[in-house]
Design a protein. Structure first.
Length: 132
């Protein structure tokens, strides 16, 4: 969800919209794991990588965001218009990345590495066809 404000200016054939909001977004919490065995020995390891915020067990992470969008809309008939714009999203939480090396047989933790990520952002293109 998001809350914010927008401004819309219209002429006979064009409409221009700008918006700014703050809210929350759900992001996936990707995980990857694999097993390795040392050559010539019985030593084997499970390697697990996880991207998360604060809860490593969560499938999705809720993050605060700031969102801005500018859009131009061209009316091509009384009932159809085409739109083009840009959007920008700034995430307000720095994600945490963890890597763990576990004994394959008893799952005891051998080594864990934690790294704080950078603030993420996204630039998007808004394309649309409007019918009313």
């Amino acid at each position: 969800g998001m809350i914010g404000s927008f401004y819309r200016h219209e002429t006979d054939k064009w409409a221009f919209t700008g918006s700014l909001g703050i809210g929350i977004a759900n992001t996936g919490s990707p995980r990857m794991s694999y097993s390795l065995k040392e050559k010539g020995t019985n030593a084997a390891y499970d390697i697990r990588y996880n991207w998360s915020g604060h809860n490593t067990k969560a499938e999705y992470k809720v993050m605060g965001i700031i969102y801005a969008e500018v859009k131009a809309e061209k009316k091509i008939s009384r009932k159809i218009s085409l739109s083009l714009g840009l959007s920008y999203t700034q995430y307000l939480v720095r994600p945490k990345f963890t890597a763990g090396i576990y004994d394959y047989y008893d799952q005891s933790l051998i080594r864990e590495i934690n790294q704080k990520g950078n603030y993420a952002n996204a630039l998007g293109i808004v394309l649309g066809v409007c019918f009313w």
